[in-house]
Design a protein around this ligand. Structure first.
Ligand code: MOS
Length: 765
């Protein structure tokens, strides 16, 4: 095959100009004649029986067109994507503050708010379960009839007894992490529009139009074919718009069907923070054995994951935490027990990394501590344990190819001058009383695409159409969230068709254009939508080659399509891509094709948590360099070196941006971001009290590309969206530990926590 001309080169984002010019249309920019505005009335208590709901005053309020409660749901009053445990509108029991009691539609947002305040609800408050220990305690109030243990996952492999017997060093520690808010620039927003013949269109800021289609059809009691979901330009998602937008979509859809008018629902920021899903708090109890050379002999992990009041995606996130807990290391003797627990807190869900950042923080801290005790460098202990081609993962999956773990480590260590700096910074710290410097590293692996448990969702479609003038429309089922998906598929289409990138137009994602392509999650879009586009483009190209060969009067085998031309070998005679497209049109050769990709079936033993958890893995090592001011407790991240095995970079410029963004979001998680909850109530639902990093906090980031191609990836590509964030907090925490000579077992490392921990440790020594 000849060298690619479009792929693997930096390409300008196809959505960039509209976004920077303010021309992109987000849901809040959409206006339709007669459009109404929705306001949601939520529970006043995190746990309560609902005795009565009186909407009469609200209905009589100015500008009101409808006020709906659970009784008005024509289909199933169920919104849970995995478990049918969550009503769209509560009937007799509220289990969290985000539970919806009533929906109002009015002519203006102000009128809707006014009416919402007039909905009268009588409650009988119930005891609030505010953490997983309380939830699992004997005699605890049951949040659901099935009990408070929502699910249990495990990995059971090898012989732990033999592992402990072989260990020279056993470390045992408990790590805790809190809630992280996605803080996407654009809050949740949907616009539901009644169409003719009982159909309905939902425009949504969302990751998963197919989830919305299913949820809305179920709530309205309609078939899938009458519900269309179109993705509006989406201002960030990060997992927060995976399953959650189905909820506002179903609310707006109900009101639109009831009133016969378009209904818009756009959340205020404080509503969005209080109502939508968050990164789960997870407690990780870690017991890990090492032999005298630092090799892992046994790994025993217990995870407690606070799901909140409903499952949402908690069992799926926990599945990933469960499989990721032992990290990218050779571990023969493994036991992981993961408890997914209901509480009355706001609910946990998908967030970039999906359960992996929490367990990576724990595992990487343990490796650093082991290295110190055994007199090894943090790099060396990892070098001795990292997975190679042919090794088996913690779930017993053999890796036949595409394992760049070791190269990531070596490149990150080399580019950051890790070993040299450890010595220099230790020297610096001896002389500097207030400003301490640290350097730390962390590795991770991330199963690219969906877990075996979700493989029934793992297929993706595309629709590619070459027009008579040689321009190209591409439609995919994966969504553009700001991560650069549209540019990647445009590059892949241009490369495979042999046309110029500027000829390719990517359509807004619509459930009407492509088959159900599953969710846009799990860093799977380059692989899934990318392969689906290649499949369609290949079909079209072979038809075009046949026509070009006829026109050039040459055998097809001697033709090549490149950079906008069909060339006869040697380049003596050529036809432009546009000329061939025109000839195909005139000869009535169809240049529209549907593409499809689904990876081979994975074998999975759910009872033991063993088998092919994922189709392929991405690997990374990140090195963080920090400065800690002992007077304020403030940690500054100065530099991050991020080496990522992505299989193959399709758009190296966008990939770099993904990693830079992941690093900044990860350092927010490491240092400042934590939603505060008290008795199920969020205390800081705003960006005054919930701090996220700004550009001033962004460190210098060096992205190091490591390419171990995957035979099934498009041009070898895997993914990078989530791996970019996963090791950040672990690397930062290890760097802070190096600077202070003290280990931390809780995130985030806020100035207060750093100072208090240092004071405590001084007090006790
Ligand atoms: Mo993503 S966190 O898998 O929506």
């Amino acid at each position: 095959m000849s060298e690619p001309t479009v792929v693997s080169r930096p390409a300008a984002r196809v959505d960039a100009l509209d976004k920077v010019r303010g021309a992109a249309r987000y849901v809040d920019d959409l206006e339709l004649p007669g459009m109404l505005h929705c306001k949601v009335v939520t529970s006043a208590h995190p746990h309560a029986e609902v005795h009565s709901v009186d909407v009469s005053l609200a209905l009589a309020s100015a500008g009101v067109f409808a006020v709906l409660t659970a009784r008005d749901v024509p289909g199933e009053n169920q919104i849970g994507v995995v478990t049918a445990d969550q009503p769209l509108l509560v009937e007799r029991r509220a289990r969290m503050l985000a539970d919806r009691i009533a929906l109002v539609a009015a002519d203006t947002p102000e009128h809707a708010l006014e009416a919402a305040r007039k909905v009268k609800v009588e409650y009988r408050p119930l005891p609030v379960i505010a953490d997983t220990d309380q939830a699992l305690a004997a005699g605890a109030a049951r949040i659901h009839d099935s009990g408070n243990l929502l699910a249990k996952k495990q990995v059971v492999r090898g012989d732990l007894g033999a592992g402990w017997a072989a260990a020279k060093l056993v470390l045992e520690r408990t790590f805790t992490t809190g809630y992280q808010e996605h803080a996407y620039l654009e809050t949740n927003g949907v616009l539901a529009v009644p169409e003719q013949n009982g159909a309905l269109t939902v425009y949504a800021s969302a990751q998963c139009p197919f989830y919305i289609q299913k949820a809305v059809a179920r709530v309205l009691g309609k078939d899938l074919a009458s519900i269309r979901c179109v993705q509006a330009t989406t201002g960030g998602a990060f997992g927060g718009k995976e399953d959650y937008p189905s909820e506002p979509a179903a609310c707006a859809a109900l009101l639109a069907m009831k009133t016969g008018r378009p209904v818009k629902l756009v959340y205020q920021r404080s509503e969005d923070i209080r109502w939508s899903s968050k990164r789960h708090p997870i407690r990780t109890q870690h017991r890990i054995g090492f032999d005298g050379e630092g090799r892992i002999t046994a790994c025993e992990v217990k995870l407690h994951c606070d799901a909140g009041a409903y499952n949402g995606l908690s069992t799926v996130v926990s599945e990933r935490a469960n499989a990721s807990a032992p990290g990218p290391y050779r571990a023969e003797n493994v036991r992981v027990d993961t408890y997914v627990v209901y509480t009355n807190n706001l609910f946990g869900g998908a967030f970039r990394g999906f359960g992996a950042p929490q367990v990576t923080f724990a595992m990487e801290a343990q490796l650093d501590e082991a290295a110190e005790r055994l007199g090894l460098s943090p790099a060396e202990i990892r070098r001795r344990n990292l997975l190679r081609v042919g090794d088996a993962t913690a779930t017993g999956q053999r890796l036949p190819e595409s394992v760049g773990a070791l190269e990531c480590l070596e490149k990150a260590v080399e580019r950051s001058r890790f070993e040299e700096k450890r010595a220099l910074l230790a020297e610096h710290n001896r002389k500097s009383p207030h400003l301490k410097k640290g350097i730390g590293l962390a590795c991770c692996m991330y199963g690219c695409c969906l877990h075996a448990g979700g493989q029934f969702l793992e297929g993706s479609g595309s629709l590619v159409q070459v027009r008579p003038d040689g321009s190209v429309n591409v439609a995919i089922g994966g969504t553009e969230l700001g991560q650069g998906a549209f540019t990647v598929v445009a590059q892949l289409a241009a490369e495979e068709l042999g046309c110029e990138l500027s000829k390719v137009h990517v359509s807004p994602v619509s459930t009407e254009l492509v088959p159900d392509s599953g969710p846009t999650v799990a860093s799977r879009t380059t692989v899934m939508s990318g392969n689906a586009v290649l499949d369609a483009a290949r079909q079209i190209k072979s038809r075009m080659l046949e026509v070009a060969a006829q026109k050039l009067d040459a055998p097809q085998g001697r033709l090549e399509a490149r950079g906008g031309d069909f060339l006869l070998a040697g380049g003596l005679r050529r036809l432009s891509f546009c000329e061939v497209a025109k000839a195909c049109y005139e000869r009535k050769v169809n240049l529209t094709a549907e593409g499809w990709f689904a990876p081979p079936r994975k074998e999975w033993n759910e009872a033991l948590g063993l088998g092919e958890a994922y189709s392929v893995y991405c690997f990374a090592t990140q090195v963080a360099e920090v400065t800690v001011d002992l007077r304020s407790g403030r940690v500054t991240v100065d530099r991050v070196t991020a080496a990522h095995d992505v299989g193959k970079a399709i758009n190296p410029a966008a990939l770099k941006g993904q990693v830079e963004g992941g690093v900044v979001q990860g350092l927010g998680y490491a240092l400042m971001e934590e939603l505060q909850l008290s008795e199920g109530k969020c205390l800081n639902p705003n960006f005054t009290d919930y701090l996220i990093p700004s550009s001033a906090d962004a460190p210098e980031v060096e992205v190091v590309l490591v390419e171990h191609p995957w035979s099934l990836g498009p041009f070898g590509a895997k993914g990078v969206g989530e791996p970019a964030l996963i090791p950040v907090a672990a690397a930062v925490a290890n760097a802070v530990s190096f600077a202070l000579g003290h280990r931390f077992d809780r995130l985030p490392l806020t100035p207060e926590r750093v100072l208090l921990t240092l004071e405590d440790s001084r007090g006790t020594t």
